[in-house]
Design a protein around this ligand. Sequence first.
Ligand code: ZN
Ligand code: ZN
Length: 385
Amino acid sequence: MSQREWVEKDFYKELGISSSASQDEVKKAYRKLARDLHPDANPGDTKAEERFKAVSEAHAVLSDTAKRKEYDETRKLFAGGGYGRGGFAPGAGGGFSQEFNVGDIFGGANAGDSGLGDLLGGLFNRGGTRTASRPRRGADVETETTLGFREAAQGVTVPLRMTSPSPCTTCHGSGAKPGTSPRVCPICNGTGVVSRNQGAFGFSEPCDECRGSGSIIDDPCADCRGSGIQNRTRTITVRIPPGVGDGQRIRLAGQGEAGLRGAPSGDLYVTVHVSQDKVFGRNGDDLTVVLPVSYSELVLGTTVSVPTLDGRVGVKVPPGTADGRILRVRGRGVPKRDGGAGDLLVTVKVAIPQKLDGDAVEALERYQQAERSSGFDPRAGWAGA
Ligand SMILES: [Zn+2]
Ligand SMILES: [Zn+2]
């Protein structure tokens, strides 16, 4: 069964129970109805047969806690929700997000705003549905963290401390005093909307009785005053994937603010700052490093041990290497998300000694003579300039 069908079917109503009914109540209601409506007990009664099928379908979803949760979330996003805010004003940066990712609901890619309109247009045949069915999903939360260069390159698990609304621990987000549960709004039957007829036209409006939430709390939880939400400081441990760059924003689905009365949570966006490293730089997935070398090492060639993110690697400098040349070591750069890694780019840079002792100076002077007599002219390209 598709989630679209879920939006249109009220399984709770089918079983005659409230949306907060326990698994036991689901089972009991189903057993009774199944007995009453069973085709064997109602031979030839097509209506009873239809009902029996519907009740069985409702039971199949509601008796499975995982399916039930998914069903609840799907329906809360589209139906019954979001007209009123139940008098609840979320904390700093508050306001419920009007935009949401359709992909989160239907499991596809982000269908974008127009896609959402199309979907809703197909689902509901009532005016103004798009704005009216604004979900009560929790707001997205933005936060920042600063990582060391190597942490960012290799991936790291960091604790993030945040204060944001979370499901109330006393009532577990239901908003009802412990031991009680919200009941289905009798005016709108839990849909959050009421229809009014004016002449030839039918209008749907948010239900006044429950302020569009579809349920009524007779005995509000004292700790959250019925909102189902408390401000809480929490520390969550976040796994930052390898290869994240300075200024990049990471989305952690479902780690944002809690939704109202059990609606889905928003997402957490972490903007990552990456501190500089003394040795390494980055160019996308490539790790860059400047390798200081002496003149003689460039001329004669050598092999130098160069640091990498996870150890060291021997880099061969061929004889006659020009100053500033970049030597590439494949696969020793920054790890990529899809496996593999970028390259290590080693730039050779001549270091000039500021002081030499007598022997070295003498040797160098002898070398200079020999260089000239061998015909080497560093400014040969300037001939005629
Ligand atoms: Zn509470
Ligand atoms: Zn209502």
